[in-house]
Design a protein around this ligand. Structure first.
Ligand code: PBG
Length: 338
């Protein structure tokens, strides 16, 4: 935490003060480090697909795979062993199940809901987070219903509420609305209360920007080909900061327990301002494009991938985030746990 005390001592003049003294040994550096990263700070996003015994590579995200449910359970077991508290599920939906009414989104037996149940029966103490948006199920790749070329808000919220309750019924611990529709958090919160899911938490993607950094993710969930147009009528303009504060305030006032900024590294100013303004549990999403950029440069031998990974994750903590959603979760936890 930054010292805000106006009475703080000024730094003594050289050579009474030699700031390098405290950098001179690993022990002293460890002792005075202000920000630390641990496996407790990580949420691991995982892609789920149909089948059995499958781990299919994703070309634009080297090292990340689409896993069948049995392999997702293995990932949850690995997460628990590594001390990662939460795993977040994203479905790669069979194209034949994509429709314009997106009914698969709230089917109790869709891929995500089956994966939640499988994880909860094998590893009950891992928190399972879900994504709430229609894009994996929508014929046109949008997060909401499209009527005459417009993404319609209120009808979409009704669908998102059904999706939320189906995920909570399956055992989800953290609902992650990533759709950016208006009024969704309040509607989801009331529906969860009414369905008896009082302790199901909401981690709202409250400040989500219309970003080119999501490209590889859309490949991973098979939405790239489907997406018509862009998401700028619901996701935020990258030039805006005050709007992010308003979105966070609104989502907290509607009952979000935690909030998220997305993408991550290019938006650390937003993270810092949000944490210092609201003091709510705040997360950032180090998204697919950020991961792909680090991996591509590392594979070329242009950067040290492991060091960049830990440095970028530490930066989120330094900016005030309580944790980070990152595809690096298992790799980072392995290094951090020594
Ligand atoms: C879907 C969703 C997206 C991401 C998370 N949930 C993509 C999008 O909004 O187009 C992106 C995650 C990533 O890039 O890693 N609503």
């Amino acid at each position: 935490m930054i010292c805000e005390d106006p009475m703080k001592p000024t730094v003594a003049p050289f050579p009474a003060a030699r700031p390098r003294r405290l950098r001179s040994t690993p022990a002293l550096r460890n002792l005075v480090r202000e920000t630390t990263l641990t496996s407790d700070d990580l949420i691991w996003p995982v892609f789920v697909r149909d089948g059995d015994g499958i781990e299919e590579p994703i070309a634009s995200m080297p090292g990340v795979t689409r896993r069948s449910i049995d392999k997702v359970v293995d990932a949850a077991i690995e997460a628990r062993a590594l001390g990662i508290p939460a795993i977040c599920l994203f479905p790669y939906t069979d194209p034949v199940l994509k429709t314009s009414d997106c009914a698969e989104a709230w089917s109790p037996d869709n891929l995500v809901n089956r994966a939640i149940r499988a994880i909860k029966s094998a590893v009950p103490d891992i928190a399972v987070m879900t994504d709430v948006a229609l894009d994996p199920y929508n014929i046109n790749g949008h997060d909401g219903y499209v009527v005459d070329g417009e993404i319609v808000n209120d009808e979409t919220v009704e669908a998102l509420v059904k999706m939320t309750v189906a995920q909570a019924d399956a055992g989800a611990d953290i609902i992650g609305p990533s759709d950016m529709m208006d009024g969704r958090i309040g509607a989801m919160r009331s529906a969860l209360e009414a369905a008896g899911h009082r302790n199901v938490t909401i981690l709202s993607y409250a400040a989500k920007y219309a970003s080119a950094y999501y490209g590889p993710f859309r490949d991973a969930v098979g939405a790239s080909g489907a997406l018509k147009g862009d998401k700028k009528t619901y996701q935020m303009d990258p030039g805006n900061t005050d709007e992010a504060l308003r979105m966070i305030e609104r989502d907290l006032s509607e009952g979000a327990d935690m909030v998220m900024i997305k993408p991550g590294l290019a938006y650390l100013d937003i993270c810092q301002r949000i944490k210092s303004t609201f003091g709510a549990p705040t997360f950032a999403y180090q998204v697919s494009g950020e991961y792909a950029m680090i991996e591509a440069a590392a594979q070329n031998g242009w950067i040290d991938g492991e060091r960049i990974m830990l440095e970028s994750l530490t930066a989120f903590k330094r900016a005030g985030c309580d944790g980070v959603l990152t595809y690096y979760a298992p790799a980072a936890a392995r290094l951090l746990n020594g």
